[in-house]
Design a protein around this ligand. Structure first.
Ligand code: ADP
Ligand code: ADP
Length: 225
């Protein structure tokens, strides 16, 4: 059974239709990229999956459960955004464990998970710093750590690297892939960057005008006539 299934999912605003009758299934452990030009409906699709945006029609299932009308917290997923959305007055450590604390995960377990995750994203030496004292790449690592420490099976990423310079972007592409492989999580990754899509995706879903126009592996996309 698929981990995630969209059935005839649409999103209409009074001004426009952002997503048209989307049908797609995603298997567990995949790194799926939603690729397409600005305005094609990628973010809207991701936000409907996250529960941050209501659907206008259709259904979304996660692990066999109809989550179409469930709030974000009931969907078993975490998110990383383009803007890191860190709390400026909290240390790196407190930013990372924020969600665990509100879910009342015991202190000893929080510490253990923090140590493990901080090591994975190379932040062990920076746990006491405030976000203002970090580089852009380090801030995005904090946002990644905060998402993956929840141990949710699904991680949604919306253009997470677009605020970084080219060199950092390529380092982070590799780091995100390594993190995904190590944790075995399913990633849905939104980007308009073809290089990112082809180098990171196990599967690339190309959208245009709110519809899927191609759905293939990077190899298939390279080799098509
Ligand atoms: P992408 O992520 O591919 O850039 P979006 O999903 O953000 O595209 O947007 C898809 C379409 O929906 C665009 O035409 C956009 O202008 C429109 N849209 C996005 N958010 C809103 C909103 N809150 N109200 C009205 N229209 C919106
Ligand atoms: P839960 O563990 O119940 O899912 P979290 O507090 O961990 O709730 O938050 C879920 C996701 O939302 C996290 O992955 C995190 O990246 C993001 N998040 C948490 N707090 C904020 C915030 N203040 N602004 C933006 N995103 C946030």
């Amino acid at each position: 059974a698929p981990l995630i299934r969209f059935s005839q999912v649409s999103k209409r605003w009074s001004s426009a239709t952002a997503v048209r009758s989307l049908d797609v299934s995603i298997a567990p452990g995949q790194f799926v990229v939603l690729l397409g030009p600005s305005g094609c409906g990628k973010s809207t699709t991701l936000r409907m999956l996250a529960g941050l945006e209501a659907v206008s029609g259709g259904e979304i299932h996660i692990q066999g459960h109809n989550v179409t009308h469930q709030p974000p917290g009931a969907r078993g997923l975490s998110m990383v955004f383009q803007s890191y959305a860190l709390f400026p007055h909290l240390s790196v450590a407190d930013n990372i464990v924020f969600g665990l604390r509100s879910r009342k995960v015991p202190k000893a377990e929080r510490r253990e998970r923090l140590a493990k995750v901080a090591e994975m994203v190379d932040l062990t030496a920076y746990l006491d710093r405030k976000p203002a004292k970090l580089s852009g790449g380090q801030r995005q690592r904090v946002a990644l750590a905060r998402a993956v420490i929840s141990e949710h099976p699904i991680c949604l990423m919306d253009e997470p690297l677009s605020n970084l310079d080219a060199r950092l972007r390529s380092d982070m592409r590799r780091d995100i892939k390594a993190l995904q492989a190590r944790l075995g999580m399913t990633v849905i990754y939104v980007t308009h960057d073809q290089v990112e899509a082809m180098s990171m995706g196990d599967r690339v879903i190309l959208m245009q005008h709110g519809e899927i126009v191609q759905d293939a592996t990077p190899g298939e996309l390279y080799n098509q006539p």
